[in-house]
Design a protein around this ligand. Structure first.
Ligand code: GDP
Length: 510
């Protein structure tokens, strides 16, 4: 089947214009003079030796939509074209796009755009991307770089060639016409005249009018199929984008589409999915969703679920610390498991980071940065764990613990204060009470304590009572006197120092 291509890259590097330019040059439609419509994807025909081949382009450029789709469990894109403007070079979003494509394991072709511009330096782009593991074929690597100008329309044929070559080398896209059609809804909307309209990319089988289809929690009988030229077609083979009319409700982009044998079966499936959706919503507080927590990952590791990689998205306040973290993360691990940093960068945690984490089951780590409100909400919805650190050591420790499957509820001690025992009282029925003065900080009821005598810890335990005069006290601050007794310990003495601390589990999320 034809490859499905997504165009990605930095803003203003010409993604949209390139999509337009490729579409305009399409041999078949160009000849037919067909009017094109935007339905979320289009297909072009490219003459090759021995015939014509098709390529399908997703009409919404950028990695956000790509990863959002992936987060919903849909793998639509077969190959990514990374657009880099030759006059501007590699930019932050270029790298972000690259990370997203690599996290999805899709092969990449680089289109070096705007080569018509006076300041264009295509060689520099090749050099810059080498640093990120994309080495041009002409430099001995395996990535195809093609110089194009979306404006002048040059290099487009070569780009299509490169996409096909890369696809053929990396993927086996077999067309399987014998099965019931399956695919993905890439766009959907409610049309005033036509009802629910979903653009579907068939991935296996052939979709025909009259078929009963299920998409997410919607279903319908295909009333009509409309291609990207606006013409009605009878059947849609794999990778041909078509608008499907006849759904009872509007599916969501990313919903998987499948043909089923009967209306009864369609109802059964959609009812089940409805229920699942409700259950998921209900369980959200419990941290369900596609993203996983460190504890969950650890459990999977323990259960030997065969997880080899420990995916992370790392954001930090300055380049130096991000590099240090990524460098250290890359070093941890053994034969069975290793950390994989899907994306790293400077700045706040964004929605795009969260979507990537969700799509790849990763944890997001913020070092001296926080998540945007939208990102926080998205993480909550998707059940993606965001962890904040300000000490690299703690971060590394947690990751290492989780990786070795040893992440006990991570306990951390916070010192509350110290007190000195002035005198011991014997109280009938209660036992021994230590009369103390708080020397610094505070002593809190129920807190953990250590009894230190001559610099040696002689007892560790909990406070059973804390009193100010005759009354129970919640806390006693520095300078005040109080009475204390200990759970199952009586042998305290005047002069002992009482160290009071709290043991907490580390915050798992914000
Ligand atoms: P996008 O944000 O990546 O989708 O970028 P656009 O496709 O909107 O292009 C950004 C700007 O660059 C627009 O003004 C385009 O006309 C211009 N542009 C795109 N491709 C080329 C090109 O090949 N050559 C020149 N000179 N300008 C281009």
């Amino acid at each position: 089947r034809p490859p499905v291509v997504t165009i990605m890259g930095h803003v203003d590097h010409g993604k949209t214009r390139l999509l337009d330019a490729i579409r305009v040059t399409d041999v078949v439609k160009g000849e037919a003079g067909g009017i094109t419509q935007h339905i979320g994807a289009y297909q072009v025909h490219h003459p090759v030796e021995g015939g014509v081949r098709e390529l399908t382009f997703i009409d919404t450029p950028g990695h956000e939509a790509f990863t959002a789709m992936r987060a919903r469990g849909a793998k639509v894109t077969d190959i990514a074209v990374l657009v880099v403007a030759a006059d501007d070079g590699v930019k932050p979003q270029t790298i972000e796009a690259l990370n997203h494509a690599q996290a999805a394991d899709v092969p990449i072709v680089v289109a070096v755009n705007k080569v018509d511009k006076p300041g264009a330096d295509p060689a520099k782009v090749r050099g810059q991307l080498t640093e990120y593991g994309l080495v041009a074929e002409e430099y001995g690597g395996t990535t195809m770089f093609v110089d194009v100008s979306a404006k002048a329309g040059t290099g487009l044929e070569e780009l299509l060639d490169a996409i096909l070559l890369t696809t053929d080398a990396a993927l086996e896209l077999l067309e399987d016409a014998s099965v019931n059609a399956q695919g993905v809804a890439i766009e959907a909307r409610l049309d005033k005249g036509r009802g629910a309209v979903a653009t579907v990319l068939v991935q296996r089988g052939t979709l025909r009018t009259g078929d009963i289809v299920v998409a997410g929690s919607e279903w319908g009988r295909v009333r009509a199929l409309i291609g990207d030229t606006g013409a009605q077609i009878k059947e849609a083979p794999p990778s041909l984008p078509v608008e499907v009319l006849g759904f009872n409700g509007t599916p969501e982009a990313g919903d998987r589409v499948a043909v089923v044998e009967s209306e009864a079966r369609a109802r059964e499936i959609t009812d089940y999915r409805e229920r699942q959706k409700r259950d998921r919503l209900a369980a959200r507080g419990a941290g369900s969703g596609a993203g996983r927590s460190l504890a969950e990952m650890m459990r999977e590791l323990k259960e030997g679920a065969g997880r080899k990689e420990f995916p992370l998205v790392v954001k930090g306040d300055v380049q130096g610390s991000v590099e240090a973290i990524v460098g250290s993360l890359e070093k941890v691990g053994n034969d069975e498991v290793r950390a994989r940093v899907l994306q790293s960068g400077v700045g706040a945690i964004t929605e795009s980071d969260v979507t990537l984490a969700q799509a790849s089951g990763a944890v997001v780590v913020g070092f001296n940065v926080r998540a945007h409100k939208e990102a926080r909400e998205a993480a909550e919805r998707a059940g993606v764990e965001i962890r904040y650190y300000n000490i690299i050591y703690n971060l590394m420790d947690d990751v290492k613990d989780a990786m070795s499957g040893l992440l006990a509820p991570t306990l951390r001690e916070t010192m509350l204060g110290n007190a000195q025992i002035l005198e011991i009282f014997n109280v009938s029925k209660v036992g021994k009470i230590a009369g103390c003065r708080v020397t610094d900080g505070t002593i809190e009821r129920g807190a953990n304590v250590r009894l230190i005598r001559d610099g040696v810890v002689v007892h560790e335990g909990k406070l059973s009572q804390l009193k100010r005069f005759k009354d129970d006290a919640k806390e006693v601050v520095a300078g005040q006197e109080c009475g204390m007794s200990f759970e199952s310990y009586q042998d305290m003495r005047a002069g002992d120092v009482i160290e009071c601390y709290r043991v907490e589990e580390i915050k798992r999320t914000l």
